[in-house]
Design a binder for this molecule. Sequence first.
Ligand code: M6P
Ligand code: ZN
Length: 187
Amino acid sequence: MNDKKTPEQPLLFVKDLLIGDHIERSRKTLADLKGIFHDQEAYNNMASNTLLYEVSCHFPVKEGTAGGLFFGITKIYPGKVGNEYFMTKGHFHANMNRGEYYWGIEGEGMLIMMDRSRKTWCEKVFPGSLHYIPGGVAHRVANIGNSVLAFAACWPSDAGHNYQEIANKGFAATLQCVNDQPQLVVI
Ligand code: M6P
Ligand code: ZN
């Protein structure tokens, strides 16, 4: 029996891709974001398998473990549903007081945040931009450019995701393209 341990492969973070052990990849299509975009007619006229974004994450510990960290790269393709930019679903953390860092890697985007009182604001995402998302603040990112937007994220392994509140009530404002410019429009 060969009981020699093979050395672990190094973890690689190559531009917008994570390579190594404990990496999980997921992809979200228009069908996965049903009910998120506001222009129902535009949504219905698009192919439901349109790819909106891909996420690759490093999960070194079990979800829910206190004291660990997770790392993820999200790649959002350019496009719009009506006037609304392609964006992530958005979530609060299930463990409300857990924060998160996002930072821009490639392309041009907008981080949209909403606190518990539904006050909504945004920050521009670009290569090198750094964003601290405090606990209790819902967050989502929209691609406002014509090319891929990639950003990285790091969050506590016991943060969890709460999508329900966004599914039920959405964000209080949506990022739309108005006269060729991104504008936060209150719903
Ligand atoms: C970042 C992190 C992940 C999140 C992903 C996509 O990488 O915040 O936790 O899953 O963005 O965002 P969402 O889950 O809201 O679609
Ligand atoms: Zn988060």
